[in-house]
Design a protein around this ligand. Structure first.
Ligand code: FE
Length: 282
């Protein structure tokens, strides 16, 4: 009987340059995932990056709007975002902080800049929920930069936001259906990052400073790269180093019916979401 363990390193299989767009009341952002060229990376529905020093690009924010059937994850790199919802939950996400909001059966919330000028920089990731959890009660997990564990690796710091890293650090975001791993990685010039990731999970990276290479393809700030199947990731930073998010999760393999801020499994459920929202049942 063979006891050999084979490691298959994931390669860069697709690069998304993103689509400039605007959302909310006119916030300029770049849609890295959830556009025509890269529509759905099961279980990940969308990734937006917002990055601007110009207040006019973000000051209008995202006034009151609904969500049902999935999770929104806000990762702030710089600046401050205030949120509040119709269930009485409110707070401010600051630089280095994360909010993982399980919208479930429905919330109506606003996300507004908590600053008049300066840099606003961060990401919003949308993660799908399995059919059996789409109508769960809304839930928040929110952590400041100080509450997020940092691994001191040879190439640089790795912030563990969700899931457990291969060397045993567990992030504060927990009990998420799709078993995500969310790492925020910084590498010094020319150094390497390696990590085990479950085979069968969807994995992508979103580079926000410098560039990384798998030995063949190179992904540069601000691009997103989908990684092929395999059970490990190995990436090397370019000559100016790199910073990137690594996102992994278990695919759901369920039908997706999507209409703006509602993500369900069938058209009938979508129609019900619109009806419920209009009737004030969120
Ligand atoms: Fe929202």
């Amino acid at each position: 009987m063979s006891t050999t363990t084979q490691t298959r390193t994931r390669r860069i299989s697709q690069i998304s340059h993103g689509m400039p767009t605007s959302d909310g009341a006119g916030v300029k952002l770049t849609r890295m995932l959830g556009h025509q060229g890269l529509n759905y990376l099961d279980p990940f529905l969308m990734l937006d990056q917002f990055r601007s020093d110009n207040r006019d690009d973000y000051i209008a924010g995202f006034p009151s709007h609904p969500h049902r059937g999935f999770e929104t994850v806000t990762i702030m790199l710089d600046g401050r975002m205030r949120h509040g919802d119709n269930k009485g939950h409110k707070g401010v996400i600051g630089a280095g902080g994360i909010q993982w909001m399980t919208a479930g059966r429905g919330i109506v919330h606003s996300e507004m800049p908590e600053q008049e000028d300066g840099r606003m920089w961060g990401f919003q990731l949308w993660v799908n929920l399995p059919a059996k959890q789409k109508m769960t009660h809304p839930r928040y997990q929110e952590f400041s930069a100080e509450e997020i564990p940092v691994e001191d690796r040879p190439g640089g710091p790795v912030r563990v936001l969700a899931g457990s890293s291969a060397i045993g650090t567990t992030g504060p975001v927990e009990q998420i259906a799709t078993k995500p791993l969310l790492l925020d990685i910084t590498l010094a010039p020319g150094t390497e990052f390696t990590e085990a990731v479950p085979a069968g999970h969807t994995v992508f990276i979103s580079v926000y400073r410098g560039e990384v290479s798998d030995g063949g393809e190179t992904v540069k700030d601000p691009d997103l790269a989908v990684l092929s199947s395999g059970d490990s990731v190995s990436l090397k930073a370019g000559p100016t180093g790199a910073s990137f998010l690594l996102v992994a999760g278990q695919p759901l393999g369920e039908p997706v019916a999507r209409y703006g801020p509602f993500v369900m499994n069938t058209q009938a459920e979508l129609q019900q979401a619109v009806t419920d929202f209009q009737a004030g049942r969120f």
